[in-house]
Design a protein around this ligand. Structure first.
Ligand code: PMP
Length: 404
């Protein structure tokens, strides 16, 4: 592998969990697409918040409440900057899933007519399929080729007057495919169709600019970018947020309340009913600071080099087939092996200290298209190195010795 722009020794020192010993082996954590590990700075800032600033936000005049509100709103500013959005277009949620459900309920459902469609792709996560179905939309999926790339011509041909929304992942969690979202947004907009980008898998790896892209909706989860679990956000264009009615009623989302009726707070607060996750917001913003301190471009270069290091080594393993070989691919290596069920591969690798994920990866329609019940998936993060890949390869050779 060519020299990495990252100092891995230094980076790894920021992630104490990487020092865990697993069944007596060093940990090779290759399950980053499921969730990433947290650097000390994220955990420390969340701790500091509880030690020095904890109070409910927006609703009190005392000093701690002021500190909590300041940190919470600073986090919104930081997250907005990361994707080049105005701060009042960022709605805090529990994650990508809740963000997409919010769009389905508060944006799509009120304008939906019988027979209306959401155009998705075959590689979508269940979170970008089921919420549309729950509100009564028909989900129509554009096909992919055998390499796991979107058939963009077929996708274009599927846009039609019934298409109320295009919803697509930036990066596929099961294949690593990077979709041509800029082209898709301009094609959809040319037909007056808004676009939602599910960036759960892209945000920690590829730079994002929602203004340049002109995305209508954009969803992400902090735990995929080295932040805490249970926190995420939705970006939406101001005009959409203004038009959407709140999903949940309660504290903070109102302007006035009476028994005859209530009026809503301004955006984004009208979508944030109840006491929010202040520590989560602070942790998420700190994670972005952390990524900035290393440099997203350096991270992307490092992960790409690692993907190129791993790919031929995996392809050389007897009976192993990579699932997802798109030309434009992020650091995800899904695979199947002759004579070995993915769950058995996962268990054997676990004994070797290697953490990967096995199963359908919340992409059942994709598994059907690929004619596999499940895959094994190794996914890269910024702290991974060739040593992790070598440990994975040794483990896969062990799988062949035991089961092949
Ligand atoms: N979309 C994609 C592409 C994902 O990978 C995931 C998480 N695996 C989600 C959506 C859902 O994210 P969360 O569970 O954090 O809401």
């Amino acid at each position: 592998m060519s020299a990495s722009p990252l100092d891995l020794k230094e980076v790894r020192a920021d992630f104490p969990i990487l020092r865990e010993s697993i069944h007596g082996k060093r940990l090779a954590y290759l399950d980053n697409a499921a969730t990433t590990q947290k650097p000390t700075s994220v955990m420390a800032e969340m701790d500091l918040y509880y030690v020095h600033s904890n109070a409910n936000v927006h609703r009190a005049v005392h000093e701690l409440a002021a500190r909590a509100t300041k940190s919470y709103e600073a986090a919104r500013e930081r997250i907005a900057q990361w994707i080049n959005a105005p701060r009042d277009s960022i709605v805090f949620t529990r994650g990508t899933t809740e963000s997409i459900n919010l769009v389905a309920r508060a944006y799509l459902q009120p304008i939906l007519q019988p027979g209306d469609e959401v155009l998705v792709t075959t590689m979508e996560h269940h979170s970008n399929i089921v919420p549309w179905q729950l509100v009564g939309a028909k989900t129509v999926a554009a096909p992919i080729n055998d390499a796991g790339e979107l058939d963009i011509d077929a996708w274009r041909a599927m846009l039609n007057p019934r298409t109320k929304l295009v919803a697509v992942c930036h990066v596929s969690n099961a294949l690593g495919t990077v979709n041509p979202i800029a082209e898709m947004i301009s094609e959809a907009h040319a037909r007056g169709i808004p676009v939602l980008i599910d960036d759960a898998q892209g945000i920690a790896h590829l730079r994002m600019d929602v203004a340049a892209l002109d995305a209508d909706f954009y969803a992400a989860s902090a735990h995929k970018f080295y932040g805490p679990t249970g926190f995420g956000f939705l970006y939406a264009k101001r005009e959409h947020l203004e038009a959407m009615t709140p999903l949940q009623g309660g504290g903070d989302m109102i302007d006035t309340v009476s028994f005859d009726g209530s009026t809503w707070n301004e955006v984004p607060y009208k979508f944030e009913a109840g006491t929010p996750d202040m520590a989560g917001a602070i942790g998420a913003a700190t994670a972005l600071e952390y990524l900035d301190s290393i440099g997203l471009d350096a991270i992307a270069t490092h992960e790409h080099a690692l993907l190129e290091y791993a790919t031929p080594k995996m392809q050389a393993i007897k009976g192993l087939k990579l699932i997802g070989t798109a030309a434009n691919k992020s650091g995800i290596l899904s695979f199947v092996m002759d004579g070995a069920h993915p769950h058995d591969i996962g268990s054997i690798l676990d004994q070797a200290g290697v953490a990967i994920r096995t199963g359908h990866h919340c992409t059942m329609p994709l598994m059907q298209r690929l004619c596999v019940p499940a895959t094994a998936r190794a996914s890269l993060g910024l702290y991974n190195g060739t040593d992790d890949i070598d440990q994975l390869i040794d483990g896969l050779n062990m799988v062949n010795r035991l089961l092949g």
